[in-house]
Design a protein around this ligand. Structure first.
Ligand SMILES: [Zn+2]
Length: 110
C-alpha cells in the first residue's frame, strides 16, 4: 500500500510516493530507503526510514533533473556549479518540501 501526492518542482509535476517498508522493499529493493526515478518524475520513500536528510537528498536529484543537464556531459566543476546554483536558488523550497513530505507522512494512512 502507498499514498502519493504531487509536488511541483521547477514547474514540473513530480509524484511523491510514501510506501510501507515491505511495499518499498518489494518494489525497489531493500538496499535503499528512497529513490528518484527521473523518467516517471517519481520520488519513492520507505516510510519507515523517512528522514529529512534522505528527503533533501532525493529532492536534489529531482532539482538536478529539472536543471536540463541530462543531454550535456558535465565536467566535475560543472556538476559542482549546478549543485551550487540549486542550493542558491532552491534551498528554501528544499526545506519547505521536506517539511511538507514529512507532514504528509503523518497525515495519510498507509
Ligand atoms: Zn542519490
Amino acid at each position: 500500500m502507498s499514498n502519493h501526492f504531487k509536488l511541483s518542482i521547477k514547474g514540473s509535476d513530480w509524484t511523491i510516493r510514501l510506501l510501507t517498508g515491505p511495499a518499498y522493499n518489494k518494489k525497489y529493493g531493500a538496499d535503499s530507503g528512497a529513490i528518484t526515478l527521473p523518467g516517471s518524475k517519481t520520488i519513492a520513500f520507505n516510510k519507515s526510514m523517512l528522514h529529512p536528510g534522505y528527503i533533501r537528498h532525493e529532492l536534489l536529484h529531482a532539482l538536478f533533473e529539472e536543471s536540463n543537464t541530462e543531454s550535456a556531459t558535465l565536467t566535475p566543476i560543472q556538476v559542482e556549479e549546478v549543485c551550487a546554483s540549486i542550493i542558491q536558488n532552491h534551498w528554501h523550497n528544499i526545506n519547505m518540501w521536506t517539511e511538507y513530505i514529512i507532514d504528509q507522512s503523518y497525515n495519510k494512512e498507509v
